[in-house]
Design a protein around this ligand. Structure first.
Ligand code: ATP
Ligand code: MG
Ligand code: MG
Length: 554
């Protein structure tokens, strides 16, 4: 599929190629930290990097940026792999920053020998105090001129866990008066007596992000390293660290930045999503209300709907908020083409067709998907008693009410025309049943003159005798406001939508008993629904993915 124009990232690559960069050296990576599940913001980065891989026929590594053992777990690694695969992307190599710990350590030792790094024995508050301000130079640490021998000895002791935790750090020796604060002798290593999910207790020193990230790109021969805007000021340091270790003629990766994508009515931050899980606002990382890839999958989103959304919003240079209705539009658009139509009644009202022979039933034929000519048909049982939606009947209503009212006729989808004759009420005046008559000449698909009669409304229905009860989980937006983090005085949890989940029992057509986990359907006239992992043939469970139309007012 040819795109209208190149985004600015593609233009960077095109310019490099024009200036002689060897196309066969293009290589990209997607570098998640395994400290949580991937969310819809990550989908943008995945689609960008793997999209470039496909466009230029270049390898893309999946790199776990696992340098902080406090927050990282192998369960997150597995969830991330599953999500990237599910989206339909193939990585060239599965890499881990932790696989480079030895190499990074050896380089750090070289840097000490070259006078490019030193051990500082001050605490982090002291180091911060000496950093200065953007307009005033910082103060050198009293340890800045420590001898190479002392630095090597101390660094070795830190590595072997022989020093007190946090007593020392290794710092790059750059420029305490640089206008870029990040260049004022940044920390390269901290000591941490903490087991790592892969290297276990091998290390008592852990590399900081800036030191590990660029070097990992360099080790893997990544040509272009795309990250989000907040890393722009880090670029100078990224380049400086690579210069420390690269040899003449070696490929030096190029860092470029793009804007983080934010989505309205939700949160895209692993840290805050973890808070939602831990505070039990949601059940799990894959709760269908979560903006995680796994939550969206369980909600009924398709890989195509997520990729189309990411491609439609594109890559930007400035941060902005994308309205969640664009994501909902994308899944509606995809499911409209692919989801079989079925009949289900969410809020049942019984209709008795008084002139339909008692004890009789028949099989009608229903089209599975008018948008897909290969989708075929199925059989649908019809009988004297059916359910319709409560809101589809009124005793009296104005001319704009195109549904069932006393004395008027409507079409039952795939069946007959019925006319309402009488409303049966309980002692409190609530309508509990509607008596109707049907016209046997109006059978759907029969081609009779009668079936061509003009009727305004078409209703969905299920046969009482054949219907199956199903638990239906009606999901709505997780937050009541666009940006739950906008008000800094308040906690984002204060804006959780108390009605983000409603559970009801619906009556569904019997064909749905054979539906499998993740199967998707259009419940006709209602919305798109997907079979939940909790569903069994004895207890069907459906999740509402999205309503048929964008009806949300908020
Ligand atoms: P979070 O704050 O949710 O933890 P992060 O940026 O720390 O986000 P990483 O695991 O480091 O998460 O992200 C992996 C890649 O995905 C990085 O290149 C990051 O820049 C990118 N990314 C993360 N969030 C977004 C977002 N909202 N929009 C676009 N790209 C993102
Ligand atoms: Mg992070
Ligand atoms: Mg990060």
């Amino acid at each position: 599929e040819e795109k209208k124009s190149l985004n600015f990232i593609e233009q960077i690559i095109e310019t490099d190629l024009k200036e002689g960069f060897d196309k066969s050296k293009l290589k990209f990576r997607f570098p998640p930290e395994p400290n949580g599940y991937l969310h819809i913001g990550h989908a943008s980065s995945i689609c960008l990097n793997f999209g470039l891989g496909l466009r230029y026929n270049a390898p893309v590594n999946l790199r776990f940026d696992d340098t902080n053992p406090i927050k990282e777990e192998s369960a997150y690694v597995n969830a991330i792999k599953k999500d990237v695969e599910w989206l339909g992307f193939e990585w060239a190599e599965e890499c881990y920053a932790s696989d480079y710990f030895q190499q990074l350590y050896e380089w750090a030792v070289e840097m000490i020998k070259n006078g490019q790094a030193y051990v500082d024995s001050q605490d982090s508050e002291k180091i911060a105090e000496q950093k200065g301000t953007p307009t005033e130079p910082g103060q050198p640490s009293p340890h800045r001129e420590r001898s190479v021998e002392d630095n090597l000895e101390l660094f070795e002791a830190m590595k072997n866990g022989l020093t007190e935790p946090r007593a020392h750090v290794l710092r790059a020796k750059i420029d305490m008066s640089s206008p870029n604060m990040l260049m004022r002798d940044p920390v390269m290593y901290r000591t941490l007596h903490q087991a790592h999910h892969r290297t276990e207790n091998d290390w008592c020193i852990y590399p900081m992000y800036d030191w590990a990230h660029g070097e990992s790109d360099f080790i893997e021969n990544i040509s272009h390293s795309f990250c989000t805007l907040e890393f722009q000021p880090h670029r100078e340091l990224y380049n400086w660290f690579i210069k420390c270790v690269s040899q003449e003629g070696e490929l030096e990766p190029k860092q470029r930045e793009f804007a983080r994508r934010n989505l309205s009515h939700t949160i895209v931050s692993k840290r805050k999503l973890l808070q939602l899980v831990e505070s039990k606002v949601v059940d799990s990382w894959d709760d269908p209300r979560m903006p995680t890839i796994s939550g969206l999958r369980r909600r009924g989103y398709t890989p195509a709907s997520i990729k189309n959304f990411a491609n439609d919003i594109g890559i930007g240079k400035r941060e902005n908020m994308i309205d969640v209705s664009r994501l909902e539009f994308s899944v509606r658009d995809d499911l409209n083409k692919t989801a079989p139509r079925v009949m289900t009644v969410l809020d049942p009202l019984k209709v008795v067709i008084t002139n339909y022979p008692e004890g009789e039933e028949e099989m009608l034929v229903a089209e599975n998907n008018p948008e897909d000519e290969n989708s075929g048909t199925r059989e649908l049982p019809f009988s004297r008693e059916i359910y319709i939606e409560k809101e589809d009947f009124r005793e009296e209503a104005n001319r704009k009410f195109f549904r069932l009212k006393l004395g008027k006729e409507v079409r039952l989808k795939n069946a007959y025309f019925i006319k309402a004759e009488k409303a049966i009420k309980d002692d409190d005046g609530n309508i509990i049943e509607v008596h109707c008559t049907y016209d046997p000449e109006t059978k759907s698909g029969s081609g009779t003159e009668a079936s061509k009669r003009k009727v305004k409304g078409t209703l969905h229905w299920v046969s009482v005798k054949h219907a199956k009860p199903a638990e239906v989980r009606l999901y709505d937006r997780l937050f009541t406001v666009d940006d739950p983090t906008a008000d800094k005085e308040k906690d984002f949890l204060d804006f959780v939508n108390p009605e983000s989940l409603k559970v009801i029992t619906a009556q569904v057509e019997p064909s749905l008993t054979s539906a499998k986990e993740l199967d998707k359907f259009q419940f006709q006239r209602i919305g798109y629904f997907c079979v939940d992992q909790d569903s069994t043939s004895d207890h069907l469970v459906f999740n509402r993915t999205v309503t048929l139309r964008d009806s949300w007012k908020g």
